[in-house]
Design a binder for this molecule. Structure first.
Ligand code: PHE
Length: 353
């Protein structure tokens, strides 16, 4: 065909032949094949159109016009035949454009369980009037230890194994340094929580990780008391774990609070009866807390005689593990989709996030 110089009759013969083949195509697959043979890039009509260059100049627009008319007419015939065949199209041989096929779902991600737990915890404290404060992960020794009343050579520094960058700079071992940074820049009264990542030189095991998240809380005003601390923590525990959880405080030691306490809640495994989860005590430790030490106020530039305050700090992975029954802290960073997907059902990340 390529070699032939097209004329009106040969074009009409081609067109009629194509029309017949379209009408006789038995199914959508055959019809698509016919379309390629006639109208595809190397199809017979397309080649005919290409060879009109060999015609005398005055013939070209006439023959070209006839070919284009046929192309249009055949296009309509294809569409009609396609519509005719469509009803009988079997699922095994779907036409590429079959609109009855189920749509393809876009891949959607979900919130990481820790992200969600942080959001939930923040939400509870927002409702109590707390706002968010943040500080750097790479911290000065001054803010992480010294201004929190850990003297330079005090043995309590050994309580925390630290990743040091150099003698003055380290990866923060707690979110408590945010307390001091915030107080330096803001006047009381203040009520903040500071969520963030912390680092400790730990060998990872089911309950220890070298990096994890904490949330620190700080409330400073005139006449803030232990009763206020107890009230806010109890409210938080009831909101986060459920109203039937009981909370108790045990005396403890932290250099930056005095008095200091650890808060426990009733064990969810046995509801206080004693089981293997709580080592038969009926209680599970959930956070550290206490009244801000006067020395810390002094480091921050506050007058310890005119303000009081409380602080508390909790591990976020620990909160998530207790609430959702997760048995190993290392799962949070392992990125095993089978683990992560279990927590996607409540909060989906759509295009809007
Ligand atoms: N920073 C303490 C820790 O990491 C927790 C804490 C915070 C205790 C605030 C008391 C007050 O263990």
């Amino acid at each position: 065909m390529n070699e032939e110089i097209p004329d009106r009759d040969s074009i009409d013969r081609l067109g009629e032949e194509a029309s017949r083949e379209i009408a006789e195509s038995p199914d959508l697959k055959a019809l698509e094949q016919t379309r390629i043979v006639w109208l595809g890039r190397k199809g017979k009509l397309t080649s005919a159109l290409r060879s009109i260059g060999k015609l005398p100049a005055d013939q070209r627009p006439i023959i070209g016009g006839i070919i284009n008319e046929w192309k249009e007419r055949l296009g309509v015939l294809f569409e009609n035949r396609c519509a005719e065949l469509f009803g009988s199209c079997s699922d095994k041989e779907p036409y590429p454009g079959d609109p009855t096929l189920p749509g393809r779902r876009n891949w959607e991600g979900g919130l990481h369980i820790l992200h969600r737990v942080i959001k939930d915890i923040k939400q509870i404290f927002y409702r109590m009037g707390y706002s968010i404060a943040e500080g750097p992960d790479v911290e000065l020794d001054y803010y992480n230890f010294e201004a929190l009343n850990f003297p330079a050579d005090h043995p309590s520094r050994d309580l925390q194994d630290t990743f040091y960058v150099n003698s003055d700079i380290l990866l923060r071992t707690q979110t408590s340094p945010v307390q001091v940074r915030y107080m330096e820049k803001n006047e009381p009264p203040l009520r903040i929580i500071s969520p963030g990542r912390v680092y400790r030189n730990e060998t990872p095991d089911p309950s220890h990780a070298a990096e994890f998240f904490q949330i620190e809380g700080l409330y400073v005003d005139k006449d803030v008391s232990l009763a206020d601390l107890r009230n806010d923590i109890t409210f938080f525990v009831h909101q986060f774990f459920g109203a039937d959880a009981k909370v108790r405080f045990r005396p403890h030691f932290f250099p930056f609070t005095e008095p200091s306490a650890e808060a426990d809640m009733t064990c969810f495994g046995c509801r206080g009866e004693g089981c293997s989860i709580c080592q038969k005590t009926g209680w599970i430790e959930i956070m550290g807390a206490g009244m801000v030490h006067p020395n810390v106020f002094e480091f921050a530039g506050y007058d310890p005689d005119s303000v009081t305050g409380f602080a508390f700090g909790m591990g976020i992975e620990r909160m998530a593990m207790l609430k959702y029954g997760i048995d190993d802290i290392r799962r949070f960073l392992a990125n095993d989709m089978r683990f992560l997907k279990q927590f996607w059902n409540e909060t989906w990340v759509g295009v809007q996030e």
